[in-house]
Design a protein around this ligand. Structure first.
Ligand code: GLN
Length: 537
């Protein structure tokens, strides 16, 4: 008998309801009760993965340890729980269609007419059933009513039919707007959204209603009546100032008990004690650090989600608050004094030449003025380029990413074989992204090794350009040192630092992808500590 349990989270009314955070919070509650959970994000778009999608529209691409470029919700799942995601945890319509048509070409369907039902829907179910874990939380992206998500919804309807209501639970998340003029709470969109879901054969078991406030008894009663969902199963998800509070909000409304009862799970005690302690640290923080994130944008969106969260994790651990400010690098180009009020400066990852001049100016200012600074991925590349330009006199220093025909390619593309760079001697232009986790050797005498308390680490990557080893000799005896290289190829630079500086470290990898609220990344903790010292605290 198969006793694996499935929780399906759908969304209605509008997109961007925070289903990802809600799903991650459900995982958090169930994990706190000792259940082995796992996640699956079903994305209705036709891209094979979000790797090529514009992060300023779609949000960041989250990279898993096994090198998959995935939806940013997988980042929430990792940050709220202890589960690590892999390429198996994200499935797009594009991938489903590709795999099904591939099977057809292989002759797997033996002359059948290949159709959405049953072939596509069966394929989706195989993927759902294939995941390890006792409870699978499966979030369906998009909004109920979208054409693209229909095969996913049909597949999950069939899972319930096949596995029974005690093994498959439907949670539907909706929006309950408040009309600004008369402050009236509107339940009608929720009623319509549930109707839409019913029309494709899915009766939700639990509703999660996004609203500015906790819903009153009167409103949950009304929603219950019109949607055929018991009143105690209508949960409010009010706006919170700190997303990690959501598990607490759900706990207070006994969502965990509702799930445990519905799925006939062993009754275990859910304890949020440790989680609450961390939230308390956040709430009691007083000291504030000003942190500039220097990019090509003027306002924040989800493009740097993991970085923001990683900074918040580290700040929480240190019992401080952050004033995170997006700094347009082009403004700094004209006036670097815009950086005067910051205690920490961050040069994040990025692609393309736009904004790089301002970032180089920022790095020069921070290097010369002892401002604690981290360069991440593109940020590290620009740290080296800035140093070659301004400290070593290579006026044209750049990366072939920004100028293909440069005579001073400090960074260039290397050839990859799959995910592995091929032997240094036969490297030439061309290649693909280096993705996912790999091991790094850290120089024992470096500051970075003290931060990690180790000469080894494993971190995740997403980049294409590498330091050009022809220029390595010019760093001999210089302040800026290479202090970390890839373990399987010492010609791949991973870490640089200026030891005598307050804090000046660049990493080719993305430490933010490994940070969780429970386990903040040591690099960010150390950076913020340096920020506190710089502030004089
Ligand atoms: N654009 C750079 C590269 O491809 C850096 C990428 C990044 O910052 N993620 O190497």
């Amino acid at each position: 008998m198969n006793t694996k349990k499935y929780i399906f989270v759908t969304g209605g009314v509008v997109s961007s309801l925070g289903k990802g955070v809600a799903s991650a919070s459900i995982g958090n509650l169930l994990e706190s009760a000792g259940f082995k959970i796992n996640f699956l994000k079903l994305d209705p778009y036709l891209n094979i993965d979000p790797g090529t999608m514009n992060p300023f529209e779609h949000g960041e691409v989250f990279v898993t340890n096994d090198g998959a470029e995935t939806d940013l919700d997988l980042g929430h799942y990792e940050r709220f729980t202890s589960v690590k995601m892999s390429r198996k945890n994200n499935l797009t319509s594009g991938l489903v269609y590709t795999e099904v048509t591939q099977k057809e070409r292989n002759g797997d369907y033996l002359g059948q007419t290949v159709q959405v039902i049953p072939h596509l829907t069966n394929h989706i179910q195989e993927k759902i059933f294939d995941l390890p874990g006792d409870i699978i939380i499966c979030e369906v992206g998009g909004t109920v009513g979208d054409i693209e998500s229909l095969p996913f919804l049909e597949a999950i309807r069939q899972v319930r039919l096949k596995r029974g209501p005690e093994n498959a639970l439907f949670i539907h998340m909706t929006s309950v707007p408040i009309i600004s003029s008369n402050k009236e709470v509107k339940t009608k969109p929720t009623q319509h959204s549930v109707k839409e879901l019913l029309s494709i054969g899915i009766q939700p078991d639990i509703l999660m209603c996004r609203c500015e406030v906790l819903l009153s008894k009167e409103h949950t009663q009304k929603i219950s009546l019109f949607t055929n969902v018991e009143q105690k199963r209508v949960i409010s998800v009010p706006d919170v100032d700190f997303i990690y509070r959501v598990p607490q909000v759900l706990y207070e409304q006994h969502l965990h008990s509702l799930i445990i009862d519905s799925l006939k799970l062993d009754k275990k005690r859910v304890s949020l004690k440790n989680w609450n302690q961390i939230i308390d640290l956040h709430d009691s923080a007083k000291e504030v650090l000003n942190v500039a994130i220097v990019g090509k944008y003027t306002s924040f969106n989800d493009a740097y989600k993991s970085l923001h969260e990683a900074l918040i994790h580290a700040a929480t651990a240190l019992n401080i608050k952050l004033n995170l400010v997006p700094q347009n690098s082009e403004l700094i180009l004209n006036d670097p004094s815009a950086l005067d009020s910051f205690h920490v400066v961050i040069i994040p990852g990025g692609f393309g030449v736009r904004g790089t001049e301002g970032k180089i100016k920022t790095i020069q200012y921070c290097r010369e003025n002892n401002v604690p600074t981290i360069g991440i991925c593109m940020g590290m590349q620009l740290m080296l380029i800035e140093y070659f330009k301004n400290a070593l006199g290579f006026k044209n220093a750049t990366s072939t990413e920004y100028d293909e025909d440069t005579d001073t390619p400090i960074f260039h593309m290397i050839e990859m074989l799959g995910n592995t760079p091929i032997a240094a001697t036969s490297r030439k232009k061309g290649g693909t992204l280096r993705l996912g986790g790999s091991n790094i050797f850290i120089e024992e005498s470096s500051n970075v090794s003290k931060i990690y308390d180790s000469t080894h680490c494993s971190e995740r990557h997403r980049h294409r350009y590498e330091f050009n080893m022809d220029y390595k000799q010019h760093l001999d005896g210089q302040e800026l040192k290479i202090v970390g290289v890839a373990k399987n190829d010492p010609e791949l630079v991973e870490l640089v630092e200026i030891a005598s500086h307050n804090w000046f470290i660049g990493c080719q990898f993305h430490p933010e992808l490994k940070s969780t609220l429970r386990e903040p990344h040591p690099i960010f903790v150390s950076l913020l500590r340096a920020g506190l010292r710089f502030k004089g605290v």
